[in-house]
Design a protein around this ligand. Structure first.
Ligand code: GNR
Ligand code: NI
Length: 167
C-alpha cells in the first residue's frame, strides 16, 4: 500500500470537478486501499479522490473510533434531509483550521461499491456530515467556501504563507 500526497488549499487542483468512475477493476481496488491508508495515517475520518489529485468520483469514510467501519463509495449521489445542524469541521486539505459549518443532519446515499454493485443507505450524525463534506470535494468545493469571505481570505493567506515558507 502507498500513502498518497494530499493537496492543500489554495491549490487550484482542489477546484476540479470529478468525473464518474466507469471501470471497476483491480486498479480501482488498489487505489481505494491507498486512499484508506492515507486517510487513517493522516489521521482523518474521510478522504475524497480530489484531495490526492485523482479527479474521479471516489470517497472513503470511517467515523468509528476503532477504524473498523470503512465505507468506500463510488459515484455517490446524496439527498440530504432533516434539520440543519452546525458543527466544527476540519479538512486534511485545510490543515489546522477548524470552523463551524451548517449541514443537513441526515443524508440518503446512493452509490456503487468497489465492484460496481449499487448500494443505498441513510446516514446520521458524524457519518452524514462527513459524507456531505467528501461529496463537496468531488465538486471542487471546500468547507471554507461556507465561511464569510473575510474569514476565508484570512485562512487562504495563512496557508499560502505557510506553503511559501516550506522551501
Ligand atoms: O478528518 C476529517 N475530519 C472532519 C471533521 C469534521 C467534518 C468533516 C471532516 S472530514 C476530515 C477529513 C477530510 O478532509 N476529508 O475530506
Ligand atoms: Ni476535506
Amino acid at each position: 500500500m502507498t500513502r498518497l500526497k494530499i493537496l492543500h488549499h489554495p491549490d487550484p487542483r482542489l477546484r476540479t470537478k470529478a468525473t464518474p468512475v466507469d471501470t471497476f477493476d483491480d486498479k480501482l481496488i488498489e487505489f481505494s486501499k491507498n486512499m484508506l491508508e492515507t486517510m487513517y495515517a493522516a489521521p482523518g475520518i474521510g478522504l475524497a479522490a480530489t484531495q490526492v489529485n485523482v479527479h474521479k468520483r471516489i470517497i472513503v469514510v470511517d467515523v468509528s473510533d476503532t477504524k473498523s467501519e470503512a465505507h468506500t463509495l463510488i459515484n455517490p449521489a446524496l439527498e440530504p434531509f432533516g434539520e440543519k445542524v452546525r458543527g466544527e469541521e476540519g479538512c486534511l486539505s485545510v490543515p489546522e483550521i477548524y470552523e463551524s459549518v451548517e449541514r443537513f443532519e441526515q443524508v440518503h446515499v446512493k452509490a456503487q461499491d468497489i465492484h460496481g454493485e449499487p448500494l443505498e443507505f441513510t446516514a446520521n450524525g458524524m457519518l452524514s456530515i462527513c459524507i456531505q463534506h467528501e461529496c463537496d470535494h468531488l465538486e471542487g468545493k471546500l468547507f471554507v467556501d461556507y465561511l464569510s469571505s473575510l474569514k476565508r481570505g484570512r485562512i487562504t493567506k495563512k496557508l499560502r504563507d505557510q506553503a511559501k515558507s516550506f522551501v
